[in-house]
Ligand binder design. Structure first.
Ligand code: ATP
Ligand code: MG
Length: 412
């Protein structure tokens, strides 16, 4: 029983601290001792989801269900079923069934996804900001770095973790021509969320829904009786900002909110003003919001308006910067090994029939020689990539044109 408590506490601590790999190990050990702990199964499902491996999470659920049926003749509890349903729904919304993380064996190179490498400290920084935001101190975090360095990847992994912690996540992405489309990333973030809401009127009064309908005209289709938004040119913008701020605050009262805005360097001026307004509102209301932004460092340096906006934002809310550096040589090697699926090959080799191994040409150490060769080749490839990318400026292994052109700049 005390051991159970120890595993429970340790894994809770690791999960909430974003220590996902250690949490996975702790939970695996816990389940080895107690095959019937639904709490451990649920936590392990969440950790796999946060690690970006929905297929593994689903497998944990299947095992849990089978064990309970086999040994106790019961179904999983409502909490476990709810989590499974959540996984099923999010897989369906992505248009596919939970799929195992792709490997070099199963997918063409363009779809490879390696585990997140070398970003543990950055991830911890994000988790710490999230914890503060969840405690009622709204925060801004800026993930910054060169093109292709892994800003989106880190943000994606983090929001998956935050979602598994029960946070609401909204995200929008600015794009290069976006300057001519005011508010587009905010519309992208808010629109689908409101559409999915059963009763938006529980979140916002009609007056504010009416103002919001300037951004989201589909609201008028759903609520034809909404009053007309203000006709006063001067107050229209202010009212719109207020409506967005109220909506996000209402969501944050239900559960902590992460608003991810990608590629801030392309954000239009109107959205920048809105973000500034939101920051003031959240500060005044102690909203449980984390505003997470990704930005190319070189673009900020070239854009004085954006630099000024960021300084201004810092007057209202604490702004933490998460600068991403190129991967180290060892991390690059680790990445290459992960892509090559070396671990899996190792497992397969052990399963090969003995006679097959002894039939190999090398007589000295028949089982090890091919493995060593592969290892040497991978180390060589890792070193090569590290050198080619000037200390791994590009962490992308896909054969995208930017990589092939040898420009060294990868745009993911
Ligand atoms: N630490 C990492 N571990 C494993 N893969 C990574 C890592 N960082 C980046 N990648 C992979 O490298 C590619 C490029 O990363 P990403 O798209 O996140 O870059 P970015 O900084 O957002 O680029 P951009 O400035 O063009 O938006 C992606 O395929 C991503 O999965
Ligand atoms: Mg990106």
């Amino acid at each position: 029983m005390r051991l159970h408590l120890l595993f429970e506490r340790l894994s809770a601590f690791q999960e909430s601290g974003g220590e996902l790999e250690p949490a996975r190990l702790t939970l695996t050990r816990w389940l080895a001792l107690d095959r019937l702990s639904e709490e451990a199964y649920r936590r392990l499902m969440r950790v796999h989801l946060a690690l970006g491996d929905p297929a593994a999470a689903w497998q944990v659920y299947v095992t849990c269900r089978a064990k309970l049926a086999e040994e106790l003749r019961v179904k999983p509890s409502a909490d476990t079923l709810a989590l499974a349903e959540q996984m099923r729904a999010s897989a369906a919304s992505l248009g596919n069934r939970p799929a195992r993380r792709a490997t070099s064996q199963s997918q063409p190179p363009s779809e490879l996804v390696a585990p997140l490498i070398g970003r543990a400290a950055a991830f911890r920084q994000l988790v710490a900001s999230f914890q503060r935001a969840r405690g009622g101190q709204p925060q801004v975090v800026l993930i910054e770095g060169e093109a292709g360095i892994g800003k989106t990847r880190l943000a994606t992994e983090f929001v998956a973790w935050a979602r598994a912690q029960g946070a609401e996540v909204l995200s929008g992405q600015a794009f290069e021509m976006g300057g001519q489309l005011p508010y587009q990333p905010l519309v992208e973030a808010i629109g689908p969320r409101l559409e999915a809401e059963n009763a938006p009127e529980d979140l916002l009064e009609d007056l504010w829904l009416a103002e919001l309908s300037r951004l989201l005209p589909e609201l008028r289709v759903r609520y034809p009786d909404l009053p007309a938004p203000t006709q006063d040119e001067l107050s229209a913008k202010l009212r719109l900002f207020e409506a967005v701020a109220r909506l996000l605050d209402a969501l944050a009262q239900r559960s902590a909110l992460v608003l991810l805005l990608e590629d801030l360097h392309w954000l239009d001026g109107a959205s920048l003003d809105l973000v500034r307004y939101l920051a003031r509102y959240w500060k005044g209301h102690g909203s449980r919001v984390l505003l997470l932004e990704t930005v190319r460092r070189e673009e900020v340096e070239l854009n004085p308006q954006l630099s000024t906006q960021l300084v201004d934002l810092g007057r209202d809310l604490p702004v933490s910067r998460v600068p991403l550096q190129p991967l180290s040589q060892a991390e690059t090697l680790h990445l290459v090994q992960a892509i090559a699926g070396e671990g899996e090959q190792g497992t397969r080799r052990e399963r090969e029939p003995r006679e097959h191994i002894t039939a190999r040409p090398s007589r000295a150490e028949p089982e090890r020689a091919p493995a060593q060769e592969a290892e040497t080749a991978l180390v060589g490839l890792g070193d090569f990539l590290f050198a080619q990318t000037g200390g791994s400026r590009c962490t992308c292994w896909r054969r995208s044109s930017c990589c092939e052109s040898g420009s060294g700049w990868c745009h993911g």
